[in-house]
Every structure is written in structure tokens, then in C-alpha cells.
Design a protein around this ligand. Sequence first.
Ligand SMILES: NC(=O)c1ccc[n+]([C@@H]2O[C@H](COP(=O)([O-])OP(=O)(O)OC[C@H]3O[C@@H](n4cnc5c(N)ncnc54)[C@H](O)[C@@H]3O)[C@@H](O)[C@H]2O)c1
Length: 389
Amino acid sequence: MKVAILGIDGYIGWPLALRLLSRGHEVVGVDSLYTRKRVAEVNSDSVTPILSMEDRIKALEENGLGRIKFYKGDVNDPDFLYRVVKETKPDTFVHLAEQRSAPYSMIGLSQARETLMQNMGGTLNLVYAMKDIVPKAHLLKLGTMGEYGTPNIDIPEGFFNVKYNGREDYLPFPKFAGSWYHWSKVHDTNNLMFANRVWKLKITDVMQGVVYGTQTSEINKYNLYTRFDIDEVWGTALNRFCTQAVLGYALTAYGKGNQRRGFLSLEDSIKCLTLGIEKEPEEGEYRVYNQFDEHYSINELTELVAKRAKALFNRDVEIKHYPNPRVEKEDHYYNPEHKKLKELGYKPSRNLPEDIESILKDVYKFREKAENLRSVIEPKTVWEKSKGN
Ligand SMILES: NC(=O)c1ccc[n+]([C@@H]2O[C@H](COP(=O)([O-])OP(=O)(O)OC[C@H]3O[C@@H](n4cnc5c(N)ncnc54)[C@H](O)[C@@H]3O)[C@@H](O)[C@H]2O)c1
């Protein structure tokens, strides 16, 4: 199968490319190198050593994984994206090429506009290019579990049966996103449903939980790391906590710490995406997967990290509760469904408590680099203080 990975240089894009190539697929890569640039702008960097995109392409060939076609450019530029689609005509598009930080989107109006316009623009360009050039292709698009928010009822996979004033329908579940970033994903979802309805495009919309970890089978086999961000803007909860524990820094729990979210390992994220690519939807189908393995509260995560770090480094790790920079419920019900990927044959291969140890060990290897990033760890981006014009 020919698969175009939009966002191939990212945390998920790179290990996905390694997995697809090692399973014999042809890969076309697209990336503007946006994340590298924006991470550097907040004086941060990946803790794991990552090669430049040119060197990554060479390393694929040297390791016998084959030559990939790479296009450097912005998917929000319709001329660029149309050229890529015309020249390559992929069977499947995996769309990861979006601004992916909630805190970044909440810094101020300029970042909010960038997130909304760029994310929605890129997805819109893609569905048009698919309709015009490869209408039978499959689009697998990354959304987030954060689109749903934390309602006081169970969260279905995209749609649910509703009874209202004596009538019934099967409707999209209401969304309550918690940042401009998460809203950009909600708007994408609406646009994808519409593109499916009018042009019958084949679409898988993945509501992904928070991904953690440094390893996949291919990263380990070829020693070709993916990025690992730990600063307050670009890092996610568990990856940040593990790094803080290695550095002997207090773990940064926001608010009461009862906020609960779905998590899955990088290995399992790649496994699910590969399954979604290889078992594509029916002609004209729009399907939604909730993709996560386990849910944990922030307090449970910090306690697990502190316990493992104590066992590994014989060091007491402090857990510090910061005033919550986000506007979010701190005590809430959380019970999202996640059956559909299992029905396709997905079996989780890792679990979070065991994986914490592998993250701690990997970060320990690169602790000098992590040490240089101390100044960007504390939370600074406060939702209520998002800057206007
Ligand atoms: N990592 C997670 O925990 C997580 C969880 C849920 C959803 N997601 C979603 O999965 C996708 C991938 O996440 P990630 O963690 O790999 O992020 P990432 O930032 O590491 O990767 C995204 C890649 O896309 C590129 N990119 C961004 N905007 C682009 C544009 N307009 N044109 C071309 N390239 C562009 C970036 O340079 C980067 O290499 C994102 O859409 C993100 O929102 C991630």
C-alpha cells in the first residue's frame, strides 16, 4: 500500500514510518518541520537525540528500509498539497500535520489564530485534494480524546442514540474541548463528517488519548529515536513527569490532580494506527475510534512515577500541586468507550506502570540534555491570561 504520512518528522509520524516501511508499505513523507521550529522558539528541544530529516531518510536506506519520497512544505498551502497528491497518488493518507500543543494555542490571539487557521486549513485542503485527485483513497486523521471534554455521562465512539421530545436519532456526541487546539480538532471532525457526507470520502477519525514513551520495536531495533518533548508548552503529562523525576525536580501536578485522561504507549499508538491503515473502512464510510488503553488521574500518574523513580534511583520524588494554569474540571466522571479497535483485532502490548521504567531509563541516558532544559519545565502558560492583540 502507498501511504502518505503528513507530519512524518513528528513524535508519532517518525515511528509510524519505521513501522510501515518494515511491513513492506511504500511511504511518502510530508512535513514543514514546524514542530522543530516552534519548540526551539521556546528554548526547548527534544531530550532524545533526533536526526535531521535528511539524515533520517539516509538512515532508512542504510538500514535496508528503502527510499522514501519526502516533500518539505506546509499542508495549509493548497498549491503545495495538490502538487504532492498529484505526483504521488497515495492509497492512504495519515494526517498528523497539525499544531498539537494545547498550551501553545492558549499563549495569545496570534497562536490561537495560527492553530485554528492552520489546522483547519490543512485538513480542508486535504479533503479537497482527495476528492479531486484520489477520491477512493482512505484518510486516517488524528483527532484527540480531548475533543469530548469531561461530560458527566459515558463517552461513546463518535456517535450515540439520543431520545428527545419523544423522537430518536443517532447523532454525533456533543464536544466540549478545553483549548483552542482541542477546538481546532473538533472543527476538523465536523469538516471531515461533512466531506464524507457530500463526497463519500473514506475516513477514519481517531480520537487519540495522550501518548507516552520513547520506544517502539523499530526505534529499539534501528536505534533511530523519535522526538521527546518535556517543556511546559510542548511536553505531555507522563513524559514530563518522568523527566522531572530523573532531574530530581518536583513533579508538576496541576490543581487538585484528580483530572483523568486516557493514555496509551507510543508502541500501541503505532500499532493502532497501522491496524486502521491496513483494515480500511468500507467505501464511503466515516468511522470514529477512541484510541487509548487505560485512564489515569494526574495524582495516580505522579504517584506511579515517584514510586518507580524511588525504586530505580533510590531517591524521594516530591509532588508539587501548582495552581491549575488550565480552565478544566478537577473532579469529574470519566468513562469513554473504546471497543472498536479491539473489534478490529487490536491487543495492547504495553502497560503504563511497566513503561514508566523504560521512559525513566531512556531519559536517564540523556539526562545532560534534559538538565539544560530545566528553565522551560515550570508551567507559565495560563489559560485565563491568554494575550489579546
Ligand atoms: N502526542 C500525543 O499525545 C497526541 C495525542 C492525541 C492526538 N495527537 C495528534 O496526533 C498528531 C501528531 O502528534 P505528534 O505528537 O506526533 O505531534 P508532532 O508535533 O510531534 O508532529 C506533527 C508533525 O507535523 C508537522 N506539521 C505541523 N503542522 C504542519 C503543517 N501545517 N504542514 C506540514 N507539516 C506540519 C510538524 O513539523 C511535526 O513534525 C497531531 O495532530 C496531534 O494533535 C497527538
